[in-house]
Design a protein around this ligand. Structure first.
Ligand code: ZN
Length: 68
């Protein structure tokens, strides 16, 4: 019987008849997917909400202030 190692907990589980393979259980499958999703969402947000015009306005205001 082929055995697969669960990528989540490392437990060896039977490959055949395991609907959650390569994980040993649904719990491990969900935990692993959750960790992956958390990693995605914890990526630092890029300051892409500022448009070119916004950035220029900030720059102009900054230069204007420093000129006075
Ligand atoms: Zn597992």
């Amino acid at each position: 019987m082929p055995l697969v190692k669960c990528p989540r907990c490392g437990e060896r589980t039977e490959y055949r008849g395991n609907e959650h393979r390569p994980f040993c259980s649904e719990r491990c499958k969900l935990l692993d997917f959750g960790a992956w999703a958390d990693g995605e969402y914890s990526l630092p947000a890029e300051p892409s909400s500022l448009s070119e015009e916004d950035i220029e306005a900030v720059e102009r205001a900054r230069l204007h202030r420093s000129a006075n």
